[in-house]
Design a binder for this molecule. Structure first.
Ligand SMILES: Cc1cc2nc3c(=O)[nH]c(=O)nc-3n(C[C@H](O)[C@H](O)[C@H](O)COP(=O)(O)OP(=O)(O)OC[C@H]3O[C@@H](n4cnc5c(N)ncnc54)[C@H](O)[C@@H]3O)c2cc1C
Length: 433
């Protein structure tokens, strides 16, 4: 009998799992359930709009989605439109691929002031994720503080300082493009508690900061060590050496004609957001690194800024009836087995780390576990889900519907932009009328 598998979430981890399941010779039917009408998770809503080449991985996922054994149930939220218990009744296996959609909290005094955002919200806003269309951050500010020294912090900074010409061939949401272009911002401060060696940038992203049309990357020469020391793997050692070399090259970038600056502020720990009810600045403690940890030195300084974006990591949200490890922000599992025919992959399994490809082995593991655990399918699967959602009046967006939405986005694009994104669910559904 056909093994019926529900995959909850259509990001990389969900698609890699579907792909792995399809590679076996077992008789399997896969339903990918996604709360948004649009598929691909953070490929659409996280990866920076000016990194279109990275987003092309969705073309491979599309091939999987179009396989006969696969159906896409978009605009269906587990926990709202259908419960986990109901899915357990109708699927032989359920794979949680729901990612980590919220932010780790900044957790310093003043972090609740108007003008403080988490990167999940801010990135979602410029990428046209419907949850964040109304975020409306006030970019009428001269300076922005970005807390964190990883790739997301760089993405946020870059999107804020690129010129309209540099952003022309992107799919940044219209509302964000307008706000960024109208913004008088000249200075972005990136804060890292530890030093340049500990920063988590990948080299390609870091290098890009030295090639921007209207923006200077500013590093403090006295913060750059002569060499990379520490107990790193060979791979990390090489990456860190490359990053250090790149930061040295920043010292030679010609500032002529560059109206904006991104300041890399290492050994600097934000301790308080300053201002009345709105952000007016950030109080920062100078740190030193001791045994790999940042330790406060008792020396403080303030910077003026009107916006703070905390890019200090993502966090999953608990799923009803599934044990959650709140310390690590992941589901409780044993190498991906959550128990009772339920499996976890991607960021809900491992936490919010790694690149797109890091999710692939999770899919391979889950597929193997499912085939080890389930010898023959016993449950009703797709037809039962479709009937249940039909009775509830849920407007399911299937893959052909998504292709129509996408075609409308392509058709609405102007200039070099690859698409003009719909940014609300009603707009997306209206494109199907
Ligand atoms: C800002 C940002 C930029 C990044 N840029 C890059 C990059 O340039 N290159 C790179 O290699 N990696 C990048 N990454 C990392 C990469 O995006 C992740 O590794 C990957 O997306 C994680 O996949 P996932 O499937 O676990 O989660 P996600 O991609 O988040 O997918 C989860 C999906 O589950 C859906 N979902 C959640 N809850 C429910 C529910 N209850 N019911 C139904 N559906 C649900 C969500 O809507 C979402 O579509 C970036 C990450 C971020 C945050």
């Amino acid at each position: 009998m056909t093994i019926n598998v529900a995959i909850i979430g259509s990001g990389p981890s969900g698609f890699y799992t579907a792909d792995s399941l399809l590679k076996s010779d077992r008789d399997v039917q896969i339903d990918i359930i996604e709360r948004l009408p649009t598929p691909f998770g953070l490929i659409r809503g996280g990866v920076a709009p000016d990194h279109q080449t990275t987003k092309k991985v969705a073309k491979a996922y599309e091939k999987t989605a179009l396989k006969d054994a696969v159906a896409y149930f978009g605009n269906v939220e587990v926990g709202k439109d259908v419960t986990m218990d109901e899915l357990r009744d109708i699927y032989d296996a359920i794979v949680l691929a729901v990612g980590a959609p919220t932010d780790r909290k900044l957790g310093i005094p003043g972090a609740d002031k108007v003008g403080v955002f988490g990167s999940a919200d801010f990135v979602g806003w410029y990428n046209g994720h419907p949850d964040f269309t109304d975020l409306n951050p006030d970019l009428n500010v001269g300076a922005v503080a970005v807390v964190g020294v990883g790739n997301v912090a760089i993405d946020v900074s870059r999107v804020l300082v690129k010129t309209p010409a540099e952003m022309a061939a992107t799919d940044i949401a219209d509302h964000a493009a307008q706000a960024v272009q109208a913004s008088p911002v000249t200075d972005i401060y990136l804060f890292g508690r530890r030093g340049p060696i500990e920063a988590k940038f990948t080299n390609v992203e870091l290098r890009e900061m030295g090639k921007l049309e209207n923006c200077m990357p500013i590093v403090h020469p006295d913060q750059l060590p002569d060499e990379v020391t520490g107990d790193w793997s060979d791979r990390d050692q090489r990456l860190k050496e490359r990053n250090l070399a790149t930061m040295r090259e920043f010292l030679d970038v010609d500032p002529t004609g560059k109206g904006k600056n991104v300041h890399f502020e290492f050994f600097a720990n934000p301790v308080e957001v300053l201002g009345s009810d709105r952000v007016e600045g950030l109080r920062v403690e100078r740190t030193k690194v001791d045994g790999g940890r940042a330790v406060g030195t008792g020396e403080f300084f303030n910077i003026e800024c009107g916006l703070v974006v905390a890019a200090i990591g993502y966090y999953s949200i608990p799923i009803e009836d599934v044990p959650f490890d709140s310390d690590n922000g992941i589901v409780v599992h044993q190498d991906g087995r959550v128990g009772d025919g339920v499996y976890a992959v991607g960021w809900i399994k491992r936490g919010p780390t790694g690149v797109i490809g890091t999710n692939k082995p999770d899919g391979d593991t889950a597929a193997k576990q499912i085939f080890d655990d389930v010898s023959s399918g016993e449950k009703a699967g797709r037809d039962a889900l479709a009937a249940m959602l039909g009775e509830r009046g849920v407007r399911v967006v299937n893959y052909a519907d998504w292709q129509k939405i996408e075609a409308a986005e392509f058709a609405a694009a102007s200039g070099d932009a690859p698409r003009r994104k719909f940014v609300t669910v009603p707009e997306m559904l209206a494109a199907l009328e």
